[in-house]
Design a protein around this ligand. Structure first.
Ligand code: ATP
Ligand code: ATP
Ligand code: MG
Ligand code: MG
Ligand code: MG
Ligand code: MG
Length: 278
């Protein structure tokens, strides 16, 4: 191959292959969505159409990338988990992150008219940032997922109470903020119930728990299978044979992708779906 005298510039590229045999989480987040939400009149605190649009885009991303095991979304963010055996793009961080971000954004724009039929998009158009983080153990990964879901719960309880004080209580934003300063979860539940007759438990599951996207196989009855954590610690060959991983890949590509609003902090979700973390 004849190389040009310019080709040396390729050497300036930095290697960014992520640590092998670790769970890769790519989290994307809407840029300036506080403004974006107000421009398109998102309902406060939770616009259902906007959340369902996020879910539709995430589902499409998962369908295009069979290496993704599970995704979790709340507000304007989505976390995509690549299986620890993933070898897509030789695990190059910039390739993984940019592919997720652009695929997600493309579908977000593509599906926009389905979810907001009366409000066409106009510049500034929606965009997302993204980052990749490696988690070495199943426990670390589950703690990551729990962290995002706890965040969803804390923010949603705060926002639900904040907006009830404004929309139903007639307070302005400053007064609502002052009312909530220093309150605990129990206080917010009490404000919602005693002032507005709202039982927080009856709020929509999607708002309280966020959205979990995963490939659905047959559920496993708890106790009949190794738990995900056990599977991780079993002595297993580090590398699968090519044919086996190719088979797994095809099986994953065919499985139905579902969006549900479940507790992913407790063991039950993972115990019943051992394929997610094995
Ligand atoms: P940044 O660019 O730093 O991420 P941001 O304005 O997007 O800035 P976030 O912390 O990501 O800040 O917060 C997301 C914002 O988008 C919040 O203000 C949230 O209320 C709003 N938002 C996102 N999704 C919805 C939704 N479905 N309904 C109502 N508001 C939403
Ligand atoms: P990868 O995902 O690895 O980038 P690729 O198929 O996109 O795979 P590239 O090396 O990026 O491979 O090459 C871009 C391809 O797109 C080439 O086949 C090129 O001929 C084609 N292509 C891009 N732009 C045009 C264009 N304007 N007209 C015709 N063909 C184009
Ligand atoms: Mg951000
Ligand atoms: Mg944002
Ligand atoms: Mg956000
Ligand atoms: Mg290309």
């Amino acid at each position: 191959m004849a190389n040009s005298k310019f080709e040396y510039v390729k050497q300036f590229e930095q290697h960014d292959n992520l640590l092998p045999n670790t769970w890769i989480v790519v989290r994307i987040d809407g840029r300036g969505f506080t403004k974006f939400a107000s421009k398109y009149g998102f309902e406060k605190p939770n616009d259902r159409r906007a959340l369902e649009l996020m879910n539709a885009a995430a589902r499409a991303v998962m369908a295009e990338l069979p290496d993704i095991t599970i995704a979790y979304g709340v507000s304007d963010e989505y976390s995509f988990v690549f299986h620890k055996s993933c070898s897509l793009f030789e695990r190059r961080s910039s390739k993984l992150v940019s592919t997720i971000v652009s695929t997600f954004t493309a579908y977000y724009v593509h599906f926009w008219p389905i979810h907001f039929p009366d409000t066409p998009l106009s510049p500034p158009l929606p965009s997302f940032d993204g980052r990749a983080v490696c988690y070495p153990t199943v426990q670390n990964l589950r703690d990551y997922m729990s962290w995002r879901q706890v965040d969803c719960h804390i923010n949603n309880l705060y926002n639900t109470t904040f907006w009830a004080l404004i929309q139903l209580g007639g307070l302005d934003a400053t007064e609502a903020e002052k009312t909530l300063k220093g309150t605990f979860a129990a206080d917010k539940n009490e404000i919602l119930f005693s002032r507005f007759g709202i039982n927080y438990n009856n709020e929509h599951e999607m708002f309280k728990k966020g959205s979990v996207v995963f490939r659905d196989y047959e559920l496993v009855e708890p106790g009949t299978h190794n738990t995900a954590a056990e599977v991780d610690t079993l002595a297993e060959p580090v590398e699968q044979s090519k044919t086996q991983s190719e088979k797994d890949r095809k099986r994953r590509a065919k499985a139905h992708i579902v969006v549900e609003h479940l507790d992913i902090i407790k063991d039950d979700f993972w115990d019943r779906r051992p394929w997610l973390l094995s």
